[in-house]
Write a protein that binds this ligand. Structure first.
Ligand SMILES: [Zn+2]
Length: 540
């Protein structure tokens, strides 16, 4: 393509009206308008116009533009609808300029038509989504939203789509790179999130990244992926409160992305990498199940989508993370790589589970969502409440399986393992309440109890010792001695040899219990743990 698409913002309303006269026009939907904006601002560079047939086929088969640049998804401009089809067939020729009209019939852009070309929708669905199943939202989009003829060419965008509440956050790649430069950041890592509120699984990864990168570029998608989710405004608000209350200001850049969900799974991950690079990021982090929909892709498949490209030609480094969960024994968010404990300690960090728990009307535990974030997220979740069958989107058992796996395998959080794990399909709302109560009441006690045990045995200066614990031990020892004395006296008095055998057994048990009662550590014993002979001066 000879010259790049661009934004032209100084056209007057009258000039725009004039444009419509005598020039063929095509109606575009919101999504095509958004894509036009992305092309015009350079967010999709090196793609600087709607794709040609050569680019399209090259991307479909090689994952590269015709000139060899990595590009993972096809972005062709094939306006749907009868009127558009007629206009394109009869009035639009290569080399001509057409006007693009939005839903209100305002002229928003012009397109210099470089090429008119046809394509096969079935091939497109199969190659991009790995299926032609119309239940897949991406496939459905191809059949419903797209016409049969594509137009390639360079855009001039006169009017940008309204970003509503997100106008204050909107930046061009150029503005974003300038902001990064102003902050003095060199290594910037991008982190995209979709339908879920930012949770402690995300936070775990973000903090990890912020240790190594100068800046975190957080990119919540602000288009609705599916109907059931958290509204975009609340999700951005969740990010704002996390940043405001927890992260240093100079380390974060909040950059909501209004882009079409493509549902291309692994390939979408590469697209997000390219966009992030254009906005100034040097790395991009991916968690589990990135941009996946249903079961069409494997859990970590986004990770392998990058194997086809050389990192130098991509110009951005992908960083991958494993599934994060909360371990009540570690008292921390962890992954399989960093924690050895069993499922009896596990509290899951599942976005889907979190959304459903909030639909049932419960604030998620602080272990998986920061309370500041959760308080907003529960207001933004749609739909709310339960249906006529008493279930939210998922039945209570499924929420337990996703968030509280400990409940299925143990009698209590961190407790003894059940002989048979519970079958989640048999669980009801009461079980969900109980599981949540366990977390709310017991999660913190696990570390507290362990520490108390160690503190009692290890403090050398006994002044901080929980006196009531020591008193209880002393009492237990004294009381046990009373029982032992009585049994011993009875043994002494007994004359029958058979009876004596049983009393002796009874005495043995009472004495062994005496040995099992904890030890009272006296001041003197504790002080004797100081074994250095010389005073401090001699150690300096
Ligand atoms: Zn652990």
């Amino acid at each position: 393509m000879a010259s790049k698409s661009r934004i032209v913002e100084d056209k007057s309303q009258a000039e725009l009206e004039e444009l419509k006269k005598g020039t063929p026009s095509v109606m575009i939907d919101e999504e095509a308008w958004i894509t036009s904006e992305m092309i015009a601002v350079g967010a999709l560079a090196p793609l600087h116009g709607f794709m040609t047939g050569a680019d399209y086929h090259s991307v479909l088969s090689e994952g590269r533009l015709a000139d060899g640049h990595p590009f993972p998804v096809v972005l062709s401009f094939a306006p749907a609808g009868k009127r558009n089809a007629e206009t394109i067939a009869s009035k639009v020729g290569e080399g001509e300029t057409i006007v693009l009209l939005n839903q209100n019939r305002e002229a928003v852009a012009t397109l210099e038509v470089e090429e008119k070309w046809s394509y096969d929708k079935k091939e497109r669905a199969q190659k991009i989504f790995g299926t032609t199943d119309e239940k897949h939202p991406g496939v459905r989009q191809v059949y419903q939203r797209m016409g049969d003829v594509s137009l390639a060419g360079r855009l001039e965008l006169y009017k940008r789509p309204d970003w509503g509440a997100f106008e204050p956050f909107r930046k061009t790649p150029e503005q974003s790179r300038a902001e990064i430069k102003k902050q003095g950041a060199r290594d910037v890592v991008a982190f995209w999130t979709g339908a879920n509120p930012v949770h402690r699984g995300h936070e775990h990864i973000q903090r990890n990244l912020m240790e190594h990168y100068d800046m975190l570029m957080a990119a919540p998608l602000v288009t609705m992926a599916k109907k059931e989710q958290i509204t975009s405004e609340y999700r951005v608000a969740c990010y704002e409160v996390l940043f405001k209350n927890y992260y240093p200001k100079h380390k974060v850049l909040l950059l909501p992305q209004k882009i079409t969900y493509i549902f291309a799974g692994p390939r979408e991950a590469v697209l997000h990498a390219i966009i992030s690079r254009n906005y100034g990021a040097t790395a991009i982090a991916f968690g589990r199940d990135y941009a996946g929909v249903g079961d069409y892709f494997g859990k970590y498949e986004a990770h392998s989508a990058f194997d086809e490209y050389d990192l130098a030609e991509l110009g951005i480094k992908p960083v991958f993370f494993r599934e994060v969960y909360y371990c009540a024994r570690c008292g921390h968010t962890v992954t399989d790589d960093t924690c050895k404990h069993g499922p009896e300690f596990t509290i899951g960090v599942s976005g889907t589970g979190i959304r459903d728990l909030m639909r049932y009307g419960f604030l998620p535990p602080k272990e998986i969502v920061r309370p500041e974030v959760a308080r907003l997220a529960i207001q933004g979740v749609v739909p709310k409440g339960v249906g006529p069958d008493g279930n939210a989107v998922s039945p209570p058992g499924k929420v337990i399986k996703r968030l509280f796996p400990f409940y299925l395998v143990a009698h209590r959080l961190g407790g003894q393992i059940r002989r048979e794990p519970l079958d989640w399909t048999t669980l009801n709302l009461n079980n969900l309440r109980r599981a949540l109560k366990e977390v709310r009441e017991d999660s913190e006690n696990i570390l507290k109890d362990i520490y108390r045990e160690f503190e009692y045995g290890a403090d050398i200066d006994r002044s901080m010792t929980s006196k009531w614990v020591q008193d209880a031990t002393v009492t237990a020892l004294e009381d046990q001695q009373i029982a032992i004395d009585l049994i011993a006296a009875r043994l002494e008095a007994e004359t029958d040899e058979t009876a004596k055998i049983e009393i002796r057994k009874e005495l043995e048990v009472a004495e062994s219990i005496m040995c099992e009662i904890g030890k009272v550590i006296t001041d003197k014993e504790a002080k004797s743990r100081v074994w250095n002979l010389d005073d401090y001066e001699s150690y300096r």
